[in-house]
Design a protein around this ligand. Structure first.
Ligand code: PLP
Length: 259
């Protein structure tokens, strides 16, 4: 059995964060583990409160996992603050973690901030170099490059810029465009690119889709698939989870991991 660790925030409503990650891992045939960076009190309508882990506690979680059940891949989601990013980067380096997928989570679907502004530079400097791939959505790509992204041309340019400057493989997610669901992988240093053309599913319940995609990529990397195949499989999995059209809660509901 392959093992995958998620380093992310907890979502009490079960739609995003660690809960989405663990459900995705189970459905993708790997054993899931979690190191929780922050507790969020939230539901489909919004985030009510956030309680960050202390750096000491997060370090203890990571040591406990790595010293006993070594993960074959790691997904990093909500990292909250510079102090927690330092801990994650130190531990991933110390334990020589493999197949690290970094989802640069900044803002919840509901609009709540999940990363303090001062942490963005630290994320780029400390975690991107450890990543096999990063998975920004359009608003995150825009923050990371300073570019305004109104069309597919600007989207492609921004993904190329980030891959070249940060020297990291970038899977730019196009799901925020109104009429398209295509994603673009640009390899580190801009050496090669690959489009993943998707069909848009008319489902307003998208809470946790970013978490689901990055966890499914990590699960498939752990199983030994290469990056291209892992992304293809992760997209198919998310497509099914959206297509199941589950409708829970009064707000932006979660996708269905049991389809
Ligand atoms: N992590 C946590 C703890 C969250 O609460 C959220 C969104 O609410 C996310 C990550 C990002 O969610 P999404 O996958 O919808 O981008």
């Amino acid at each position: 059995m392959k093992k995958v660790l998620t380093i992310a925030g907890s979502d009490s409503s079960g739609g995003a964060g660690v809960q989405a990650d663990l459900k995705t891992m189970l459905a993708n045939g790997v054993y899931g583990m979690s190191a929780i960076t922050a507790l969020t009190a939230q539901n489909t309508q919004g985030v009510r409160m956030v309680q960050e882990a202390t750096p000491e506690f997060l370090a203890a979680e990571l040591d406990a996992v790595f010293e006993d059940i070594r993960p074959d891949a790691v997904k990093v989601g909500m990292v909250a603050s510079p102090a927690l990013i330092h801990v994650i980067a130190d531990k991933l380096k110390a334990y020589k973690a493999e197949h690290v997928v970094v989802d640069p989570v900044m803002v919840a679907t509901s609009g709540a901030k999940l990363l303090v502004d001062e942490a963005i530079e630290v994320l780029v400097q400390e975690l991107f170099p450890l990543a096999e791939v990063i998975t920004p959505n359009i608003p995150e790509l825009s923050v990371l490059t300073g570019a305004e992204i109104a069309d597919e041309f600007a989207f492609e340019q921004a993904a190329k810029k980030l891959a070249a400057e940060a020297e990291v493989n970038v899977l730019a997610k196009g799901g925020h465009f109104a009429d398209d669901a295509s994603d673009l992988l640009v390899l580190a240093g801009g050496e090669g690119e690959q489009w993943y053309r998707g069909t848009r599913v008319a489902n307003p319940n998208t809470h946790g889709t970013g978490c689901t995609l990055s966890s499914a990529i990590a699960a498939n990397l752990a199983k030994g698939f290469d990056l291209d195949e892992s992304i293809g499989r992760a997209k198919s999995y998310l497509f099914g989870a959206l297509l199941a059209k589950m409708d829970l809660g009064r707000g932006n509901g979660p996708v269905d991991h049991g389809w």
